[in-house]
Design a protein around this ligand. Structure first.
Ligand code: OFO
Length: 160
């Protein structure tokens, strides 16, 4: 397995880890009876598992192996609801950086198939960061007031 493919395999595991993190965040929110926030994070976790499957399928399509490297215990600071979503935004920034590094490596290795494939993720990360940034802004304006939190909880609970 070349360097790029090794990193693609790491990204497969990282996407699973993202899903695991968001599931843990969802549970944390659900334990505090914020069903809408919990639902939003649950959906986000599913999206991450779909991302993982894209890497999984790609690796098979280019005749590579998939290795499971283990998933680390999700850690996040959660002193407020705002905190949870702020850390989700930070996590997305970290994932974007990782995708950009993969893209750079694919350019260096002149792997055009990987470049095509990763282009989708470059766009997706712009969307992911934009979504979470917008949510964090709303949380900062709500400033943990229960009225605002319940209105926003209902809104995020509508995510399909
Ligand atoms: Fe897979 O985009 Fe979020 O982490």
């Amino acid at each position: 397995m070349g360097n790029l493919m090794k990193k693609m395999n790491e990204q497969f595991n990282l996407e699973l880890e993202s899903g695991y993190l968001y599931l843990a965040m969802s549970a944390h929110l659900k334990e505090r009876d914020m069903e809408g926030f919990a639902h939003f994070m649950f959906k986000q976790a599913h999206e991450e598992f779909e991302h993982a499957m894209k890497f999984y399928n790609f690796l098979f399509e280019v005749d590579e192996k998939v290795e499971y490297t283990g998933i680390k215990k999700p850690e996040f600071k959660a002193e407020s609801f705002t905190d949870v979503f702020k850390q989700a935004l930070e996590h997305e920034k970290f994932i974007s950086k990782s995708i950009r590094e993969l893209y750079k490596l694919a350019e260096e290795e002149k792997n055009y198939e990987a470049l095509e494939f990763l282009g989708w993720f470059i766009d997706e990360q712009v969307e992911e960061e934009d979504n979470f940034r917008g949510i964090v802004t709303r949380f900062e304006r709500i400033n943990e007031s229960w009225n605002g939190l319940y209105i926003f909880d209902a809104e995020l609970g509508k995510r399909e």
